[in-house]
Design a protein around this ligand. Structure first.
Ligand SMILES: [Zn+2]
Length: 274
């Protein structure tokens, strides 16, 4: 194959305890514990580094009672990345846990779906059930970055670099996008919140934070369409990701995993629900 194969990493920066019923619309017949992890992702190749989402900070973590493990931006150093040198940040959407540290990338431009900023500043934000997932200061910050010429907007699918594309899949948030990255094991699809857990997509059961359930279901189809197989799809918040993928080095176990190698076990898949 010609073209760039990217290295692809997930950094786990926070976690929280939760119940299964909290993660599926309509609840779950077998309720029990189902913790949620929080990640930042990095794609590196062809001399370029793309940071994908920017996590939240300690202050917001405390306010929302999350368990903050480490600052995701400071954790970039573990991969030899200086945030001040990062030129491209992809924001899958503007929920607090995906955009929180945007101000820590002073030299980056930010890649976002146009519909997401319209949603986050629009008519529906008067409803706490929808605005709860945003921090208004983050949204204001992105507005300011736009006035500074630092936000690149997309409507639907776009190629940001050879082998690296974004794809709109609203529903969870109106302007959510996911990222497809070419790696040595083929195209890997970083789903972000198109599917929080493997089980959301596998069972066709959308997550509880929802703007448009029909678009969420179509989002599952889009992930499957763009991935060579289900094992090439990486959900946005599933603790299983840390178990299925290896750390880049022994010292980074439990903190960083590499997603450009095949998973070492099986995750819940569509076949389990047929
Ligand atoms: Zn979200």
């Amino acid at each position: 194959m010609t073209g760039i194969d990217y290295e692809l990493f997930a950094i786990r920066y926070a976690t929280r305890e939760a119940r299964r019923a909290a993660h599926f619309i309509g609840g779950d017949p077998h309720d029990g514990p189902m913790p949620m992890d929080y990640f930042m992702w990095v794609a590196r190749g062809g001399g370029k580094t793309f940071v994908i989402d920017t996590g939240f900070n300690a202050e917001v973590s405390a306010k929302r009672q999350r368990h903050f493990l480490r600052c995701p931006v400071e954790s970039l150093a573990l991969l030899g990345i200086d945030p001040g040198a990062v030129e491209d940040v992809i924001l899958t959407h503007l929920h607090y846990d995906h955009v929180g540290n945007f101000d820590r990338f002073p030299n980056a431009r930010f890649h976002l779906q146009e519909r997401e900023l319209a949603y986050a500043t629009g008519r529906y934000m008067r409803y706490p059930g929808l605005s709860h997932s945003f921090e208004v200061e983050d949204v204001c910050g992105i507005l300011r970055l736009n006035y500074a010429g630092r936000v690149m907007f997309y409507n639907g699918d776009a190629e940001l670099a050879p082998g690296l594309t974004v794809h709109a899949a609203g529903g969870h948030s109106a302007g959510l996008q996911f990222v497809r990255v070419r790696t040595r094991r083929g195209f890997v699809v970083l789903a972000s919140d198109v599917t929080h857990f493997y089980e959301n997509m596998a069972g066709g059961r959308p997550f509880t934070t929802a703007f448009h359930i029909g678009e969420m279901l179509e989002g599952f189809d889009r992930l499957l369409e763009l991935a060579p197989s289900e094992s090439h799809i990486v959900p946005g918040h599933d603790p299983l990701v840390m178990k299925l993928y290896p750390p880049p080095s022994a010292g980074l176990a439990g903190v960083v995993v590499r997603l450009d190698v095949p998973p070492s076990g099986t995750a819940p898949s569509r076949a389990d629900y047929r």
